[in-house]
Design a protein around this ligand. Structure first.
Ligand SMILES: C[S@@+](CC[C@H](N)C(=O)[O-])C[C@H]1O[C@@H](n2cnc3c(N)ncnc32)[C@H](O)[C@@H]1O
Length: 275
């Protein structure tokens, strides 16, 4: 039941967050996306499956790298996110991007042995059963194909982490119960090895999330991300109290001019044996 609820909260929460997502998170996520892209090193003619594609911040650079002789299959649990990518691809005239609304755990419309490259930037933390999603990665990859997965790092290294307990205290279930699990220690690498990936490796690095004022820090945390569904149901009084608590939690990172919150990412990679 918990897993089913988590999937609903994520699906419809990200539907609500889609229109605010880039304004709230793009700058903060660029370092992780750039690292993912450089490790992935997509090349012309390749087939890529980009999972939890969001608005396509990874999808479009991947599409450029593989060129019209390749293709990118962009998938996400949220219909609004998938539609954002589809409409942006249409307006850019990019016919080699295909979109598919799918849970990372079940990419059943993508056949086995289909892809040279699997990418998932900052999506796996939201998946109810990440081990199952990693097995799906292995299934859709050709022998010799590679996967690159980025997640947030350890809770203690992420200055915005209090958003989850603050929201969870006001709803009847945890929004993302295992959010920081994959970014702690060698967990993501370990899950990839356990699933059967070869040549697994990982890099962990720090970054800074910058918000000019309280309003933009609040918008990013509450409206533009994973707690958006729960937040949309809060009444005014609950919102005000949650805002106060969140602002108190990030107050240590106000430098007199703006917020400079610490963040940490882990990017892991592996290869399907053979090929
Ligand atoms: C932080 S965004 C990352 C989007 C994009 N990869 C990027 O780097 O900007 C997280 C995305 O994960 C998606 N997501 C959450 N749970 C998912 C699941 N179980 N399967 C697939 N996508 C999921 C959300 O809909 C959202 O678009």
């Amino acid at each position: 039941m918990e897993a089913k609820l988590q999937r609903r909260v994520q699906r419809y929460g990200w539907d609500k967050a889609a229109q605010y997502y880039e304004a709230g998170w793009q700058n903060a996520l660029t370092p992780a996306q750039d690292k993912t892209l450089s490790i992935a090193a997509a090349s012309p003619g390749e087939t890529v499956v980009d999972v939890a594609c969001g608005t396509g911040l990874l999808t479009f650079p991947l599409a450029q790298a593989v060129g019209p002789s390749g293709r990118v299959i962009a998938t996400d649990l949220s219909g609004a996110m998938v539609e954002a990518v589809a409409s942006s691809a249409r307006s850019r005239g990019l016919t080699h991007i295909k979109t598919l609304r799918a849970d990372a755990e079940h990419l059943s419309e993508i056949p086995a042995d289909a892809a040279d490259l699997y990418t998932c930037a900052l999506g796996l933390m939201y998946v109810a059963d990440p081990a199952r999603a990693i097995s799906e990665a292995l299934r859709v990859l050709k022998p010799g194909g590679r996967a690159v997965i980025a997640v947030w790092g350890a809770r203690a290294a992420c200055g915005w982490a209090e958003i989850f307990p603050i929201v969870d205290a006001r709803v009847n279930t945890a929004v993302c119960p295992l959010f920081f699990a994959l970014g702690t220690g060698g967990a993501l690498e370990g899950e990839m090895s356990k699933a059967g990936f070869a040549d697994v490796g990982s890099v962990r690095f720090a970054s800074t999330l910058i918000y000019d004022d309280e309003a933009s820090a609040l918008d990013a945390a509450f409206a533009a991300g994973p707690v958006a569904l729960a937040y949309s149901r809060f009444d005014e009084k609950t919102r005000a109290a949650a805002h106060q608590e969140y602002l108190a939690s990030i107050a240590p990172w106000w430098d007199g001019n703006r917020f400079r919150l610490p963040g940490e990412f882990v990017v892991s990679w592996g290869r399907r044996a053979g090929g």
